[in-house]
Design a protein around this ligand. Structure first.
Ligand code: SAJ
Length: 427
């Protein structure tokens, strides 16, 4: 039985919306889970988890949530939270189609007094410039007067064992103070984390792009260091670890074969492209993107260098790419640098094998053994635990001559001792 707390509708039941719906349910709200994917609704209604997430598996079976595709269930609700994906186009700009269609469907049911919250990651001014006009034009209601609009950028980090939907601090912005207070007090009633009130919708949107751009530029910093230190014979990872002993004013990031995922390599472009409309060029953010986008090329250069050391050309060599996911032990390969590495190798005439046990649909061999046997060179592109545990003897037995450690995750000295050419990213 739900206490007399408000009725919440979560639109979009992916890795952002579903944990949020389950949390609101646990906190005693009456929750409707809305998604256009009828198959997903069916599975969820049977208590079946639709993606790998421990907290979802834990709470879904006892949740008291109505899962539906019927948007008329919005009628009579107090808070509607839009958590739909914002993928990117080739030019890296956010594809707002799902946000716009969700806004349209919400607007068709919108009534006075309701609060709409957008959690999807968008560039500054999308809430006010895209979502608000749709809500107003379709509902014939006035935002900030008849209904309220807020933005609270999602910060879910899939697979994170420590930070979850309940304890991650949040920011929230709104059109005006009533909507802000409504949204902020909703989040304060379900979170153990803090809720910081921003002065506007676009301040809240800017927070998200800034926090992820921060990560991108810091990764670019160490990637540039890796390129220079590899020429200076300095192990950049040891240096970063040394710098990280400074207990303040330093935050360790590590070089690698590239920056993947649907957040870090994408969000900076939202700001870069948006600022261009006002005539401002984010030279620094753009340079960081260029440096990070150059790491697959640097990684393939390492393969070429290693093959040259054994008097082999990359053209006609067999090169194995271990890992397609953009980060370890997950199956998400969006924006993964592995794809660029594979293309570069093919363009140089290499025979390319691809193996990722988490992403067999992108693999062209069906086992680790068949990935390694007879390979001249192997690139570790994703530091899956399974790959880190491969015995070096397995490489020797397979006749592998060069290992390029794209995530600096392998025991460099043991490979050198085994007579295998080892190339790291800056080490
Ligand atoms: N990467 C590096 N060096 C690093 C860190 C990451 O090359 O030092 C690469 C990874 O290999 C990966 C890409 O960057 O290809 C992104 O890695 P990530 O750890 O940032 O993973 P994401 O994309 O899942 O980022 C998410 C973000 N969370 C949200 O947007 C809510 C990000 O803000 C978090 O900082 C990050 O998780 C995290 O800390 O795990």
């Amino acid at each position: 039985m739900h206490n007399n707390k408000q009725k919440v509708v979560v639109v979009g039941l992916g890795y952002v919306g579903l944990p949020l719906a389950l949390l609101a349910d646990r906190k005693g709200f009456e929750v409707i889970g809305l998604d256009t994917d009828k198959q997903k609704i069916e599975l969820l209604s049977e208590g079946k988890n639709t993606f790998l997430d421990e907290s979802v598996s834990k709470y879904l079976p006892t949740a008291n949530i109505e899962f539906t595709s019927d948007f008329s269930k919005i009628i009579g609700s107090d808070i509607i939270i839009i958590c739909v994906p914002t993928p990117v186009y080739e030019n890296h700009m956010p594809n707002l189609e799902l946000v716009m269609s969700a806004s349209q469907k919400v607007a068709e049911q919108l009534s006075k007094g309701q609060l709409v919250i957008l959690e999807s990651t968008v560039n500054p001014e999308v809430s006010e410039g895209v979502v608000l006009p749709i809500l107003e034009e379709v509902s014939k209601l006035k935002g900030g007067v008849d209904f309220y609009l807020a933005h609270a950028p999602e910060r879910i980090n899939p697979g994170d064992k420590k930070w979850n939907v309940e304890n991650i601090n949040r920011v929230v912005g709104s059109l005006e103070s009533v909507g802000l207070e409504k949204a902020a007090s909703f989040y304060e009633s379900i979170l153990t984390g803090t809720v910081k009130r921003m002065n506007s919708l676009k301040e809240a949107e800017a927070v998200k792009v800034v926090e992820n751009s921060f990560r991108d530029i810091n990764i670019a910093f160490v990637n540039e260091l890796a390129r220079s230190f590899s020429l200076l014979g300095i192990d950049v990872v040891n240096v970063i670890d040394g710098a990280a002993t400074k207990p303040f004013a330093f935050m360790a990031h590590y070089p690698g074969c590239g920056v993947g995922g649907h957040c870090i390599p994408v969000d900076p472009y939202y700001l870069i492209e948006h600022a261009k409309k006002s005539g401002f060029d984010h030279d620094f953010l753009s340079l960081a993107r260029r440096i990070n986008n150059g790491m697959p090329h640097f990684t393939v250069d390492m393969v070429e260098e290693g093959l040259n050391e054994i008097k082999k050309s990359i053209n006609g060599s067999t090169v194995t790419v271990l890992g397609v996911s953009y980060k370890s032990d997950i199956d998400d390969c969006r924006e993964s640098p592995s794809f660029e590495i594979i293309n570069l190798l093919k363009n140089k005439g290499a025979e390319v094998r691809v193996y990722d046990p988490f992403v067999m649909r992108e693999s062209n061999v069906d086992s680790l053994e068949s990935a390694l046997v007879g390979a001249d060179a192997v690139i570790l592109a994703t530091a899956h635990n399974q790959f880190k545990e491969i015995e070096i003897q397995k490489y020797k037995d397979a006749g592998v001559k060069i290992v390029v450690d794209g995530r600096n995750a392998l025991p460099k000295n043991e490979f050198i001792t085994a007579g295998i050419v080892y190339k790291g990213i800056g080490r």
